[in-house]
Design a protein around this ligand. Structure first.
Ligand SMILES: [Zn+2]
Length: 91
């Protein structure tokens, strides 16, 4: 089985406070995350090895965006999301 068979996958926006490096203005940005939530159970074709891997699997999310566009109308520049953690485990 593939790792993706262990998870339900969807895209979710999450808000982050970010500071534009060009103008220094802080604002809230909705960034796009790919959220992989562990399924409640595996389907029938899982073998013993798959079940062992599934037992250890954790829900997690990966940041999809790598740049943001500044919300300051006098700036509007794009900047890298270097300060944002790009991967996080979920409870
Ligand atoms: Zn800016």
């Amino acid at each position: 089985m593939e790792e993706r068979d262990f998870f339900d996958e969807r895209t979710e926006p999450r808000n982050h406070m970010l500071t534009c490096p060009h103008c220094g203005k802080q604002d809230e940005y909705a960034l796009s995350w790919l959220v992989r939530r562990k399924k409640s159970q595996l389907n029938g074709r899982a073998d013993e090895r798959d079940r062992a891997r599934f037992a250890k699997a954790l829900s997690y999310m990966v940041l999809r965006d790598d740049v943001a566009a500044c919300k300051n109308i006098r700036c509007r520049k794009r900047f890298d999301l270097n300060g944002v953690k790009t991967m996080a485990f979920l409870d």
